[in-house]
Design a protein around this ligand. Structure first.
Ligand code: UDP
Length: 192
């Protein structure tokens, strides 16, 4: 279910298959990690083995960027059309809304994350926003404690790359969360 594109794994599941897989993962209390793969990350990972590792050890690598599916096609692969990072976040919000699951939003500037949370709650009234934290607090212990107090099903981390991927890698063991997604500038988009 994965294909290796210039050293970096990418899922061959289509969007629908991926979402039903993740719904299943959450219902079975699995811990999963989602990372968006674009051509820039593939190029950087060619030079940087640590980054390659960080990407490849995630659970689902989604093809964010049409360049990834084109590269797959050119080498005879079957990676399906693009699933963007923000599209994936939207899919997870819809899933959380359907199941009345708890989400937590960590990252971006305080006014951005708060406005994004208000907009998301309006659009997805049945999901539970169990907490928000801005991305400029440096007390990791406090961050962990705040998240673990509410035990969200889904944690969105918006610190930019690779900071968000490193945060997830270093702390996922200790966090009572099912799904981790690094979402880059997506809170900025949702706040507008
Ligand atoms: N950010 C943060 N803490 C930091 C650095 C960045 O919360 O220490 C936030 C920043 O405010 C922005 C997001 O991370 O909301 C990064 O967005 P960007 O578009 O740069 O990320 P990319 O998608 O390019 O990785």
């Amino acid at each position: 279910m994965k294909e290796n594109i210039m050293g970096v794994d990418v899922t061959t599941l289509n969007e629908q298959q991926l979402m039903s897989r993740i719904e299943d993962d959450i219902k079975r209390f699995q811990k999963v990690r989602i990372v968006a793969i674009n051509p820039e990350k593939i190029m950087m990972a060619e030079q940087d083995l640590n980054l390659r590792h960080l990407l490849n050890e995630s659970t689902y690598q989604i093809p964010d960027g049409i360049g990834v599916s084109i590269a797959s096609k050119l080498s005879g692969g079957i990676v399906k059309g693009r699933v963007t990072g923000i599209g994936m976040m939207g899919n997870l919000l819809a899933l959380a809304n359907k199941n009345e699951w708890k989400i937590f939003m960590y990252g971006a500037k305080p006014e951005i994350v708060n406005q994004a949370a208000r907009n998301i709650q309006k659009k997805y009234p049945k999901l539970i926003i169990s907490g928000t934290l801005d991305g400029y607090i440096n007390d990791t212990q406090q961050i962990m404690k705040t998240i673990n107090e509410v035990q969200p099903h889904i944690l969105f981390v918006a610190l930019g790359s690779p900071k968000q991927e490193l945060f997830i890698k270093n702390n996922m063991e200790q966090l009572h969360v099912n799904v981790f997604q690094g979402v880059g500038g997506s809170f900025d988009v949702f706040s507008g």
